[in-house]
Design a protein around this ligand. Structure first.
Ligand SMILES: [Zn+2]
Length: 243
């Protein structure tokens, strides 16, 4: 028989209604989350795994895989503890039932940085009419009581040194620099060639003196087919002026 998760939506509403709820807050990094889960696994004798990359946008506990999947919005205490409460209570039905709420409250009480008290937790849970087993004398409380999780002891995230992108020399920019330095120098993309890049490079003064300058078609010295070529050609023209 399938047991309906009768208080699931009330659990969600209850969480949202509290101060300790921190969905969407970016509090923990991958290493810290892993550290918390590993420490809790020792306490509860579990082997729950944690995945922070393959969650497909949804935080959830997968019972058959015994794994917590965390999407980005769950990189914080309340979501991690919520999902871990599912891991602890995976044999209890329904999944957001009385044992779940109790386990979740104990985790919050001992591990959440806000340290909500059982009094506060039970008062808020009662406000939403949630069923839960006794908080103070539960097995969860017994196990968590002596647990200290010092998040500063989590391994520091590996600093990924991004290799600087191989700097493709941006010849288009270098061409512009040359144009700025030499007012006679012209480097212009030839729009008459739609499918191919053709860049004309010429000495304006020189072309003024030679009426037929542009009559040479593709074999003209002004004709180049890449920004690198254009840049090389411009340097030739500049050298010619120096001579
Ligand atoms: Zn849940």
């Amino acid at each position: 028989m399938k047991i309906t998760d009768y208080q699931q939506s009330r659990v969600y509403k209850w969480e949202r209604d509290t101060n300790w709820f921190c969905q969407f807050k970016d509090q923990l990094n991958h290493e810290e989350i892993k550290y918390i889960v590993n420490r809790l696994n020792k306490v509860f004798g579990l082997t729950t795994k944690i995945h922070t990359k393959r969650a497909n946008g949804l935080c959830h506990f997968n019972r058959s895989k015994n794994a917590i999947y965390l999407a980005r919005y769950g990189f914080n205490w309340s979501v991690v503890l919520h999902e871990y409460a599912h891991a602890i209570t995976k044999y209890h039905k329904p999944s957001h039932g009385d044992y779940f709420v109790s386990a979740y409250c104990s985790l919050l009480r001992y591990l959440h940085p806000d340290k909500p008290t059982y009094q506060e937790l039970s008062a808020s849970a009662n406000k939403w009419n949630l069923d839960f087993v006794n908080l103070r004398y539960s097995d969860y409380d017994k196990k968590l009581k002596r647990v200290v999780i010092d998040i500063d002891k989590a391994p520091k995230p590996k600093v990924v040194v991004k290799k600087p992108k191989k700097k493709g020399v941006r010849y288009k920019e270098k061409c512009q620099e040359l144009i700025d330095q030499h007012d006679w120098l012209k480097i212009e993309r030839d729009d008459g060639w739609e499918s191919e890049l053709r860049i004309d490079v010429w000495d304006y003064d020189y072309s003024e003196l030679n009426q037929d300058y542009f009559n040479e078609g593709s074999s003209g010295e002004y004709c180049t087919w890449s920004w690198k070529q254009a840049h090389d050609r411009a340097l030739v023209l500049i050298d010619r002026r120096m001579e």
